[in-house]
Design a protein around this ligand. Structure first.
Ligand SMILES: [Zn+2]
Length: 490
């Protein structure tokens, strides 16, 4: 059975879980693959855990969870598994691994989206990306990232192959933007040509595409899918972190968006959009876009329209960057211009209002931080606690980052790189991505910011943090045993 589906990775399929040492993964050979085939599945039984399942408003107390290889085989009050390694949860809270539904891992060099023009090459971009994927995402409990502009597809490939540790990545590939739009990061005098001579380094790195007309959209969307994109991101309106586009403008023209939606649908997947106001939201709703980022200037009739569409569409809430950062001129990143900061203040004002309306009308909602570049990438989980500051309950905030996120990831259909099991939930038939916490985040959401309270991180059946179980069983590397050179995590 194919456990991983990225088209570029057929050979090592199914091998990853069984090899508990990353060193062994790196040294994998066809001979080893044969041995692995015969190996009995590894089982881990968690006992005495209180479960947040990704959806419910209360914990299920005193539960057991049986993990086999890389998936959850059983959840129940008492489970018999005589061959399993047992982890006594001692009444801790278990929840699904967190899912950041709005990341830009390739945009982490210090100068943000402009970085690649003059100061860094894409090799440095990948190094920054992997550092933050590991240290500020996976090791803080974020086991899946939806990357929604930028092209980390080969970093994702290396992670899937076990060559690098890191979270799962669902990538949109390069964002689709018009000339002068939110994805046009070239200098003012640099012609942002597509598919020809890529003078614009942002396009050369495939982090964004500057396209005009349905035919150029077609080419860019298909190039993304060719590289393994799971969905498509279009720039449907003006933005904060870009130079040429006031917030009020429309982004791609209707026929350009329609073409992106058509090709995404032909590939069985969906389109997500960057947009802020009623006019762009309604045009994009008309055209079949499904994932709506930002939206901080929308009014109640638009929110009601989205609510009536149920889980056909989703609102993706970037709380921290709007409420905490964009609300305050002086708190915005130093590399922003004055005009960018003024735009940010307008967004900040609208964000609390938008969250209040979306919550009031029960719009299907996910959370995504949009927090990249230092210092923000080091404090991503404050986007979750910010949801509570904006009026949601802790259970709702966590649902945005787990259960609801897992539903939207599956909208990628045949382009889903992890198609075998569910994500964002603790139930039979979900990937074994799970966290154990001291305390109950449904009572005190802020405890998720305390890394010492995060005692156990499992992603895809492999342990990346363990401060609970003593012992030198190889399964618990990396664990309490002192780390040595070459062991994960570094
Ligand atoms: Zn973004």
């Amino acid at each position: 059975m194919n456990k991983f589906k990225r088209g570029w990775f057929p050979v090592l399929t199914g091998l990853l879980f069984a090899v508990t040492s990353a060193i062994a993964i790196a040294a994998s050979s066809s001979e080893q693959a044969e041995q692995t085939e015969e190996k009995k599945p590894t089982q881990v039984l968690f006992t005495n855990v209180n479960i947040f399942d990704g959806f419910a408003g209360t914990l299920q107390d005193g539960m057991s969870v049986l993990v086999e290889d890389n998936f959850i085989k059983e959840v129940g009050k008492s489970i018999t598994a005589p061959d399993a390694i047992v982890v006594d949860g001692e009444g801790r809270t278990m929840m699904p691994g967190l899912i950041d539904m709005h990341q830009h891992v390739m945009l982490n060099p210090p100068e943000g989206t402009a970085s690649y023009q003059t100061r860094w090459d894409d090799a440095a971009g990948g190094a920054f990306a992997h550092h933050h994927l590991m240290n500020n995402m996976l090791l803080k409990g974020i086991t899946t990232v939806r990357d929604i502009a930028g092209d980390p597809l080969d970093v994702a490939k290396a992670i899937d192959m076990g060559q690098l540790p890191g979270p799962r990545i669902y990538s949109a590939g390069g964002a689709i933007s018009q000339t002068g739009g939110h994805g046009d990061w070239a200098g003012r005098n640099v012609p942002p040509e597509i598919l020809g001579n890529h003078i614009d380094m942002s396009q050369r790195t495939q982090n964004t595409w500057v396209v005009d007309g349905p035919d150029e959209v077609t080419k860019a969307v298909r190039l993304n899918f060719r590289r393994g994109a799971a969905f498509i991101k279009v720039m449907g309106g003006g933005g904060v972190a870009s130079e040429f586009d006031p917030l009020e403008i429309m982004g791609l023209a209707a026929d350009e968006v329609a073409r992106a939606v058509e090709i995404a649908a032909d590939n069985g997947t969906y389109v997500a959009t960057h947009a802020y106001h009623d006019k762009s939201y309604n045009r994009l709703l008309d055209l079949g876009v499904r994932s709506f980022e930002h939206g901080f200037l929308v009014t109640e009739p638009t929110v009601e329209r989205m609510a009536a569409m149920g889980q056909e569409v989703v609102w993706s809430f970037q709380c921290f960057m709007s409420v905490n950062t964009f609300g305050d001129y002086d708190a915005m990143p130093g590399f922003f211009t004055h005009e960018q900061k003024v735009k940010g203040v307008a967004v900040g004002k609208g964000a609390r209002n938008a969250a209040m309306l979306m919550n009031k009308h029960n719009v299907f909602t996910i959370g995504g931080s949009d927090m990249f570049g230092l210092p923000f990438v080091a404090q991503i989980k404050e986007d979750i606690t910010c949801n509570v500051d904006a009026g949601y309950t802790p259970a709702q905030a966590l649902k945005h980052w787990t259960g609801n996120a897992g539903i939207v990831l599956k909208w990628s259909g045949p382009k889903d790189p992890y198609p075998t099991y569910e994500l964002g939930t603790i139930k039979e038939g979900a990937y074994a991505d799970l966290l154990l916490w001291d305390g109950n985040p449904l009572e005190d959401i802020k405890l998720i910011l305390d890394e010492d309270k995060l005692r156990f991180i499992m992603k895809d059946g492999l342990v990346y943090k363990n401060t609970i179980v003593e012992g030198d069983h190889p399964y618990f590397r990396p664990a309490k045993a002192p780390l040595t050179r070459g062991q994960y995590p570094l």
